[in-house]
Design a protein around this ligand. Structure first.
Ligand code: ATP
Ligand code: MG
Length: 443
């Protein structure tokens, strides 16, 4: 499609991506903008990032740019750095059905494990996932190249895998199932029935994807402003149960209860923060998602006689440990996630010096937000959340009054002496939580 017939203008392409395209061209290579950048520009959205496709080999790309690093073994490509912006440059791939060097390509049981056999633009177009992701903008003459029917699908608002055999395309890379959900949410597109039908059956294939790769995909699904609809769609297709089996087990049982309200509210809050341009913390989101299984295990351990802090640490270890086998949560998110949980029992204690120490805790704010969410969804008494809201806003003498050990007129009856003694170890556990020492015992 020649330039006058489409709406993509260089004015809307990042200066850095243009620089990469022009430099490749000047060096004698073909260079195209491809993927989400082209798709989003045609839809009038602002692209998240820009991907470039070229006939230059990764090493040749590196020779052209000083600010360039080659990454990936499974799928080798070049990252060209401009401060915080990265332009991803991929060499044209041949389709998996063409002959290739078997070291460069590895296919097992229909799954593409390594794909570094290079090919032509036409081949590259057909090995991509969805037709709308296989549109190329040619820097040579500013035309659009469409081998897969992506322009028609963009016009129709339809998400369609390239080729006739959707099951085989999901088999090649099961992550495409999650990408189908993601693009359906992001673009508001309908998944073509030929590609939607298999989703209901093929969720178990996600088991074969490395848990670290699934984590990356989960972040993309839940951090882009459409987490709630992504969550609902993933559950609809049975994909969520494969990713988060413990959560699904709780939710399936409690379709009307507070666990689902809690998760829905948490995701909805996240979406609103993204829409308002506020930062979001992946560990908070993960803490919300996994809370119900953790809470149940915690209750079970309390009933079995464990102290609060110990029960919470054990419950966190069990649930987070099991979760790692499906979706690998990196430590930098896993630790703060557990701290949020560990602080929940501590937030129930309002007397003495502990509340003052607690608001100094680096994770207090997140733990308090978490408590608010629990209160809003009916899991804890809203009065407790209100108390903490107030406590943060009053001066020190009012704080002293709020935390004073009650003599007689307390809301709760004072415990007989013996019981108070028995509770002491639990209080010590609270302090362990305050110092942020979250047990890593089950990792
Ligand atoms: P966005 O960047 O907005 O999330 P995108 O379509 O650019 O969406 P990327 O993950 O950046 O997605 O990938 C860039 C392009 O690479 C895609 O548009 C698609 O053409 C191709 N691609 C990415 N992942 C796959 C995959 N698993 N299978 C086939 N092609 C893929
Ligand atoms: Mg992209």
């Amino acid at each position: 499609m020649p330039r006058p017939e489409h709406s993509i203008s260089r004015a809307n392409i990042s200066a850095h991506a243009l620089k990469v395209l022009y430099r490749l061209k000047q060096s004698g290579y073909q260079a195209y903008l491809v993927g989400g950048g082209v798709r989003d520009l045609l839809l009038g959205h602002e692209p998240k990032d820009f991907d470039v496709a070229t006939d230059a080999r990764p090493e040749e790309v590196r020779a052209v740019f000083r600010n360039c690093r080659l990454i990936g073994r499974r799928f080798r490509l070049a990252h060209v750095f401009f401060g915080p912006e990265i332009v991803e440059v991929a060499t044209f791939r041949a389709g998996p059905l063409t002959d290739g060097d078997e070291g460069a390509r590895q296919i097992e049981n229909g799954m593409i494990l390594r794909d570094n056999v290079y090919g032509s633009l036409a081949e590259d177009a057909l090995r991509r996932d969805f037709t709308v992701n296989a549109l190329y903008y040619n820097i040579e003459d500013f035309s659009l190249v469409d081998y897969a029917g992506g322009l028609d699908d963009i016009a129709a608002g339809r998400l369609r895998l390239i080729g006739q055999d959707a099951v085989a395309r999901y088999r090649e890379d099961p992550v495409r199932m999650l990408r189908a959900v993601r693009f359906a949410c992001k673009l508001g597109f309908v998944i073509d029935p030929s590609c939607e039908g298999p989703l209901f059956e093929l969720a178990p294939w996600l088991h074969e994807v490395p848990p670290a790769r699934l984590f990356e995909e989960i972040l993309k699904l839940f951090q882009a402003g459409y987490a709630l609809s992504a969550f609902e769609k993933l559950r609809h297709y049975g994909l969520f149960a494969e990713l988060f089996p413990d959560i699904e087990a709780c939710l399936a049982e409690e379709e009307q209860g507070f666990p689902i309200t809690f998760v829905n509210r948490g995701l909805d809050n996240t979406d609103r923060r993204v829409q308002d341009g506020k930062p979001i913390a992946p560990f908070f989101l993960l803490a919300v998602l996994l809370w119900e299984p953790v809470r149940r295990e915690y209750q079970r351990l309390l009933e079995a006689g464990h102290r609060e802090a110990e029960a919470m640490a054990l419950a966190a270890g069990t649930i987070a440990g099991r979760q790692q086998r499906r979706v690998a949560i990196p430590k930098r998110f896993g630790l703060p996630m557990r701290e949020i949980w560990a602080l929940q029992p501590a937030l129930e204690r309002r007397r003495g010096k502990r509340p003052l120490a607690l608001i100094q805790h680096p994770r207090f704010r997140a733990a308090y937000d978490f408590l608010l969410l629990r209160a809003e969804s009916g899991e804890v008494d809203p009065e407790l959340a209100h108390w903490w809201t107030q406590f943060q806003h009053v001066n020190s003498s009012e704080r002293a009054a709020m935390t004073a050990e009650r003599k007689s007129a307390g809301r709760r009856k004072r415990r007989p002496r013996k019981t108070r003694k028995a509770k002491q170890p639990e209080a010590r556990g609270g302090e362990a939580a305050l110092s942020g020492q979250v047990a890593e015992s089950q990792d």
